[in-house]
Design a protein around this ligand. Structure first.
Ligand code: NAD
Length: 259
């Protein structure tokens, strides 16, 4: 399918690795012009080079932390009027709520709730004026079904979800959609770190926990990041203008509910 996003400007946050990189690559495959952001310059340049080589797309890079005001300003200076915005950042660390201080909670809210809201605030009005915009927030399946070691994520991401539910109904009349993509278990560095934490906290081996997580996913495997990237690209396509305010699980059937 032609996604009809050739030449659209896409700003993809936290895109040197994992799910963000896969979203950037999938958007580039369909002709979007990319600005990709991540903290580490080396990994970012490597990702940009790989995406250019694979797609021929224009890719500009911004080495910045999108959870800080300074980092967001750098990203927006490079791409002030994106047509497509993918909000993403590293997730909050795992742990036990008894150990978390107010500062830990504020950091989680800054990264997983307030940073994407600030990015939306900075870009959505111009999208509405141009009558095209696609915003995708990478959140987590933890919004639908909490993950015990990820209490900071369970809480902070729910705040973003509630905000987006309201705003998405106000922008769609101008062909600006806002949706959340909820990854289950995708084979990325982040998943390895989460599995390691779950293993340490339960006193089991990494291999035992990995096999358990894999087997309790009805698909019987972890997701391929490009499966996620291509779902994101579809939501950013010209054809997805009637989908807004949704929380779309990509989890290989792991969520057990009917709705
Ligand atoms: P990853 O660790 O593989 O990649 C994270 C990317 O984000 C890297 O490019 C890193 O450089 C960049 N990054 C991190 N923090 C940043 C910041 N503050 N500013 C700019 N760039 C930053 O992680 P992933 O698996 O791709 O996960 C992406 C998001 O999805 C995370 O929030 C994660 O919690 C969430 N998630 C992932 C899974 C999964 O199975 N992989 C499941 C649920 C939720």
């Amino acid at each position: 399918m032609n996604l009809d996003i050739k030449g659209k400007r896409a700003l993809v946050c936290a895109a040197s690795k994992g799910l963000g990189r896969a979203c950037a690559l999938a958007l580039a495959e369909d002709g979007a012009a990319l600005t990709i952001v991540a903290r580490q310059r080396d990994a970012l340049e490597t990702a940009a080079e790989e995406i250019r080589a694979a797609t021929g797309a224009a890719v500009q890079t911004v080495a910045a932390d999108v959870t800080t005001a300074e980092g967001r300003a750098l990203a927006l200076a490079a791409c002030p009027t994106p047509d497509i915005l993918v909000n993403n950042a590293g997730g909050p660390p795992p742990g036990d709520f008894r150990d978390w201080t107010r500062e830990d909670w504020i950091a989680a809210l800054d990264a997983s709730m307030l940073a994407p809201i600030e990015m939306i605030k900075a870009t959505v009005d111009a999208m509405m004026a141009r009558k095209f915009g696609r915003i995708v927030n990478i959140t987590s399946s933890s919004v639908k079904a909490p993950i015990d070691v990820l209490g900071l994520s369970n809480g902070a991401r729910s705040g973003l979800t509630g905000f987006v539910a309201g705003l998405a109904r106000k922008t769609v009349g101008r062909n600006v959609t806002i949706n959340n993509l909820l990854p289950g278990s995708f084979a990325t560095d982040r998943l390895s770190a989460t599995l390691q934490a779950a293993a340490s906290m339960s006193g089991r081996t990494f291999e035992t926990v990995e096999a358990e997580w894999r087997s309790r996913t009805p698909a019987g495997r972890f997701g391929d990041p490009m499966e996620f990237g291509r779902a994101c690209a579809f939501l950013c396509s010209a054809h997805a203008g009637y989908i807004t305010g949704q929380n779309l699980l990509l989890d290989g059937g792991a969520y057990p509910g009917t709705f």
